[in-house]
Design a protein around this ligand. Structure first.
Ligand code: C2E
Ligand code: MG
Ligand code: MG
Ligand code: MG
Length: 280
């Protein structure tokens, strides 16, 4: 601002950089406030048995209601990660999801799966926090899955905490599989129980699907099965994709075709509809 005579191009660059930084600062400040005033909430997306469509679990996905507007995690999670706020945000997500899922687990046998960032795994208090939340909410460890993106698992330093959590009965899912660096070849070395095939693979299964795309999906399913991993297909949007995944015997599926992420009340309604109370 001091150099009004400065080059126009440079000042444009400065301005846009400054705008980006101030937007990031605005989001960070908003997130701090949201942690205090409870405007962070969770939506839940059904995870279904591909063969029957029955809902077996739900993925907890964070939402931020800012001035009445729902801000998606794609906007605020990166800022939370850059500022370290993700540790507090992640604990909030876990506590909300476990508290909510305790009833769903008791009544409908549902499990809940919660996303976890690298920063959280590196926080020395993480395992203790998770176990404390289970104790506090009464959710059995078997009913909790933690999702870690594939690239994180490359770092062996991060896997120790996963061993601790698995020993307690918590299951670990590798999220967005196929987008990171891990290869099918060393899948057996990863401390995981569930493999989630990234949406980009499922999107390629168009109607009619190309043989090479089908065989890639089949290869992932076969290898995961041979390692005793349960596979979830992510981003299933069409009946044709669901049918193909059924034929390929992909055990679990998730996507708009089966159900979008919704507020807890709508999961409740969906489960009641699927399990009507006996008429007395
Ligand atoms: P993710 O864990 O891979 O979650 C799946 C994303 O795909 C969700 O986006 C979901 O709404 C979307 N999705 C589900 N089915 C379909 C479909 O059929 N088609 C399409 N196009 N999309 C579908 P969302 O809720 O915007 O979340 C985006 C990402 O933000 C998540 O990806 C996850 O990495 C991150 N995230 C969300 N909540 C949390 C959280 O509590 N903690 C952390 N660390 N990350 C979170
Ligand atoms: Mg996920
Ligand atoms: Mg995913
Ligand atoms: Mg993701």
């Amino acid at each position: 601002a001091a150099k009004q005579a400065g080059g126009a191009r440079l000042s444009w660059f400065d301005d846009s950089l400054r705008a980006e930084q101030s937007e990031r600062a605005r989001i960070a400040a908003g997130l701090r406030q949201a942690l205090a005033d409870q405007t962070l909430l969770m939506h839940y997306q059904p995870v279904v048995d591909t063969a029957t469509g029955r809902t077996l679990g739900v993925e907890a996905l964070m939402r931020w209601r800012r001035d009445g507007e729902m801000i998606p995690p794609g906007v605020f999670i990166p800022v939370a990660e850059q500022t370290g706020l993700i540790v507090a945000l992640g604990i909030r997500a876990l506590r909300l999801a476990c508290a909510q899922a305790t009833r769903w687990h008791a009544e409908y046998g549902l499990y809940v799966t919660v996303n976890v960032s690298t920063h959280q795994l590196r926080d020395p208090g993480f395992a203790g926090d998770v176990l404390a939340i289970l104790a506090e909410t009464g959710l059995p460890a078997r009913a909790l899955v933690l999702e870690i993106t594939e690239s994180v698992l490359i770092d062996a330093a991060d896997t120790g905490v996963l061993d601790v959590l698995r020993a307690e009965g918590i299951r670990i899912a590798i999220d967005d599989f196929g987008t990171g660096y891990s290869s099918l070849a060393y899948l057996h070395q990863l401390p995981v129980d569930i493999l989630k095939i990234d949406q980009s693979f499922i999107r390629r299964l168009q109607d009619p699907p190309r043989p090479q795309d089908v065989s890639l999906t089949r290869a992932i399913l076969e290898l995961a099965g041979s390692q005793d991993l349960i596979t979830v297909a992510e981003g299933v949007e069409t009946a044709a994709q669901a049918e193909l995944l059924r034929e390929l015997r992909c055990p679990l599926s998730q996507g708009y075709h089966f159900g979008r992420p919704v507020e807890p009340g709508m999961i409740e309604a969906r489960m009641r509809e699927a399990n009507p109370a006996p008429v007395s």
